[in-house]
Design a protein around this ligand. Sequence first.
Ligand SMILES: [Zn+2]
Length: 169
Amino acid sequence: MNLIEFVEKAKKLKPGEYPTKDLIQKYQITIKKEFLDIVRKWKKQNFDNHWRSDNNQMKTGKLIKLVEEVTKGMEYHYREFWPNKEIEVVTKVDHYCMFFSPNKSKIRIGFDTKNPSIISTLHELGHAFLGFNELKACVFSQAIFTKVFPNQFNKLVWEGHMLKKCQKK
Ligand SMILES: [Zn+2]
């Protein structure tokens, strides 16, 4: 795929339509240093602090804290994209998602509390900051994950447009 084809393909993606691995890997996005700093600080306090032995409820609590810390620290940034909207976490859905409240005043990030996932949380934060474009959200979450969790990133495998934890057989 040449660059022009690539850009055309990226532009044609509709909300909810997922980009290919190829497209994700070619797309570049700049992540603000403040953003990375917040995620690094969260990692030190939460991931490096017995994440492996935490149960799903504890992990979900830590991931909600990540959303809160990022949205508080980067408020000026996401407000450029969504003026007048609050971000709130919803745990009553069973999958990771991003949607608006009925009156559209709030951005809601849905959590899969049975499968707490850092990269999925970052993906939904990508939507909260950059809108519904799937390519941007995929590239955004992977760029942060690679930089802040390099060891964990190497353990992920591609499954369609998503990077998932390798299931040991
Ligand atoms: Zn998405």
